[in-house]
Design a protein around this ligand. Structure first.
Ligand code: KG4
Ligand code: ZN
Length: 340
């Protein structure tokens, strides 16, 4: 029998200070998330300086709690996985410095993880049987990518957003209709009271780039709709706007994903990132996969939004390949997927 591998994951790329202990890449022994959402809410979005400061305050406590909950000590850990990009540089640096210090003090391997590869790996936690190759739609606050996961840790991006990320569009539209930050979950909830066919918002297609996305035109269409209603002194129905906007996003995401799966001969589809928690996206993607005979995988909502268990999972597959980071590991705010 092979020895169990325990990875301590650390994630501080945005507004969650998170640490987790994961066994053999898939079994979560602890998953601690200290969210800063309440702090940033009053500003309507994440304030980088506040995020960094809060990460420093919380990181040791969060790691200690992760180890205690998992009932392990640092001595039991086989490797430390940490997000080193993309994200807010000051926020990333807190996790990277912490991981390097632990790695150096204990003489345990350090593995830098790409945040988006972490999101993809969240699927391994929820779906124990899922193995590459598969097609993954990653939709978060900062990213919208269609990626072929060819092997563990081996990715090919086949489509991406040309402007706003899907989650960013959710957050901006939510702000415009007075729902506050973060907007995704609030639009998801309010949509259930509205009609998705009430307002025909646009679906953008990019000439010559069939798998790419664009959401800034949709966001402008929503803002124009609100402005013109106000000018005509017409009452706006916020639930209808939320439902119709969400439908426009979901429609584009599902259509492109299905087209890519067929074109690239993929039989397994996964979704990842904060927007993958969206109930309408999950339902629509599930129905489309069923219709086309594809298997559909998605992480439980807690593993869709930022967490450190997904980082530990991604680090485990790197560890198995013998990939290690040096103490020169640095935060790379605009790190590209598949880059080292
Ligand atoms: O993956 P994530 O936690 O952070 C990034 O790496 O960006 O994603 C956060 C994004 C936010 O834009 C948030 O509004 C969106 O995910 N989100 C949702 C839902 N839950 C979170 N969007 C739509 N529906 C949801 N239920
Ligand atoms: Zn994320």
């Amino acid at each position: 029998m092979t020895k169990d591998i325990l990875v301590l994951g650390i994630e501080t790329s945005c507004d969650e200070t998170a640490a987790a202990v994961v066994r053999n890449g898939r079994e979560v022994l602890s998953n601690i998330i200290s969210s800063q959402i309440e702090l940033h809410k009053i500003y309507g979005g994440v304030v980088p300086e506040i995020a960094s400061r809060k990460h420093i305050e919380k990181i040791n406590q969060v790691i200690e709690e992760a180890l205690n909950t998992a009932e392990v000590t640092l001595e039991d850990i086989d490797a430390i996985g940490v997000t080193y990009g993309p994200g807010l540089v000051g926020a990333l640096l807190v996790g990277v410095a912490e991981a390097k210090a632990i790695s150096f003090a204990l003489g345990k391997p350090l593995i830098g993880v790409h945040h988006i590869e972490g999101h993809v790996s969240a699927n391994y936690i929820t779906n124990k049987e899922l193995e590459p190759p598969f097609l993954c739609l990653i939709v978060s606050g900062g990213h919208t990518h269609l990626v072929l996961v060819k092997e563990y840790g081996e990715y090919e991006i086949i489509g991406h957003t040309r402007d706003d990320a899907a989650g960013e569009a959710f957050d901006k539209v939510a702000r415009a209709i007075g729902l506050g930050y973060p907007g995704g979950p609030k639009i998801d909830k309010l949509s259930k009271e509205g009609s998705k066919d009430a307002i025909p918002f646009p679906r953008a297609h990019i000439e010559g780039a069939p798998y790419d996305f664009s959401f800034s035109g949709l966001k402008s269409a929503v803002l124009n709709y609100i402005n013109s209603s106000e000018m005509k002194h017409e009452e706006i129905n916020r639930a209808d706007i939320a439902a119709s906007f969400q439908e426009a996003v979901v429609d584009v995401l599902v259509t492109r994903t299905m087209m890519a799966a067929k074109d690239f001969g993929m039989k397994k589809i996964a979704i990842a990132g904060g927007v993958a928690a969206n109930s309408s996206l999950r339902e629509a993607m599930s129905a489309a996969c069923k219709e086309n005979g594809f298997a559909f995988y998605y992480p439980t909502p807690i593993f869709c939004t930022d967490n450190a268990a997904m980082i530990a999972s991604a680090a485990y597959y790197e560890y198995r390949k013998g990939i290690r980071s040096g103490f020169d590991l640095n935060a790379i705010p605009n790190l590209k997927i598949g880059e080292r």
